[in-house]
Write a new protein. Structure first.
Length: 115
């Protein structure tokens, strides 16, 4: 998956309804009608949300007759996780370096005050 795909995944998940659909699909596959049940919107509106998620590679539906279950594609979430984790590690490394510098400064100040 490319960076462009990552942008599509983040854009698709920017909508709270689509995030909720993903959360529900993380528990089990579901048909469009099942996904539409808790929302105050038409099935067609849910199809539009699913189309955005499908284009981003977050969900898929197998070809065949209706009703077709919607399936969560873990690869898109893995891509996000890898991207986030890379920057989380960089930030943690930076904070650990800062902690070491502050600890060294504190040790130096304590030694100077004891002299």
């Amino acid at each position: 998956m490319s960076l462009d795909t990552l942008s599509k995944v983040f854009a698709a998940l920017a909508d709270p309804t689509r995030r909720d659909i993903v959360a529900r699909l993380s528990v089990a596959d579901a048909t469009v009608n099942q996904l539409a049940e808790p929302y105050q919107m038409s099935v067609q509106a849910v199809y539009k949300h699913l189309r955005v998620l499908e284009e981003a590679g977050v969900v898929s539906r197998s070809p065949g007759p209706q009703p077709r279950p919607v399936h969560l594609e873990i690869g898109a979430l893995d891509l996000m996780d890898e991207w986030i984790e890379r920057y989380r590690r960089q930030a943690e490394d930076r904070y650990q370096r800062l902690d070491r510098v502050l600890a060294a400064m504190s040790d130096t100040n304590e030694e100077e005050s004891q002299s």
